[in-house]
Ligand binder design. Sequence first.
Ligand SMILES: Cc1cc2nc3c(=O)[nH]c(=O)nc-3n(C[C@H](O)[C@H](O)[C@H](O)COP(=O)(O)O)c2cc1C
Length: 248
Amino acid sequence: MQTKSIGRQFMQATRVSRLEPSEQSRGLPQPPLELPYDGPGPRIDLPRPGALPLGRVDLIDVINARRSRRHYSPDPISLEELSFLLWCTQGVEEITSRPATLRPVPSAGARHAFETLLLVNRVAGLEPGLYRFIATTHQLGPLQTAPDPTGRLTAACRRQQMVPASAVTFIWVAVLARMRWRYGERGYRYLLLDAGHVCQNLYLAAEAIGGHACALGGFDDEALNRELGLDGEELFAVYLGALGKRLP
Ligand SMILES: Cc1cc2nc3c(=O)[nH]c(=O)nc-3n(C[C@H](O)[C@H](O)[C@H](O)COP(=O)(O)O)c2cc1C
């Protein structure tokens, strides 16, 4: 008899009917809403997302304009624009009494199991390098990296040139424990579904600031996790989005 593919096994083993009692139902404590920031600091306060004079943008126009674009203007984006993009993708609007975070994107069970890392190439007022978005306080925390993070991450993304061309590349990292606590093995499905919502908001927000974005799922998992210091099992990169200003 032919062995079932790994994908079929996964889909079957993660059916709702096959789920084991979750950590939550067994009374285990909920993991924290956010990873602690333990980088070299200091933390950088981001401008309030409302500070950007966007004017009014027609949602239908933005949806119609959205395309994946991989070439960008050499102009930097501003810190206000970055703040707005972070807000649209993973900003924290509210911490409920459960506690859970509510954000502009939906998430299964409001688990919001991502941390956002940023590869900054051209953001006015920021040194190029790797940063983490500290969502609960709307701050950035610089991260320690080996030399040439852009070159190293580009290599891990199979040399896709939108990474070095981008003003900033968003890297969404899954914190498995946050999702697993409620959904066990099915949580893997929800992580992947959640990531789509986040990147879609990046695409739409990019259009709203006169930019373009492109999703990036074709990366070398081991290389990328290694470059980011992630163990690849409890913490792993799920999805990326490159972004820059439109070419004239
Ligand atoms: C899950 C996912 C992964 C993707 N990964 C890549 C990628 O690694 N490299 C790339 O150039 N485009 C990538 N894309 C962009 C698609 O190629 C693009 O959405 C598709 O060609 C349709 O074009 P459009 O987005 O302009 O409508 C990805 C898109 C999705 C949704």
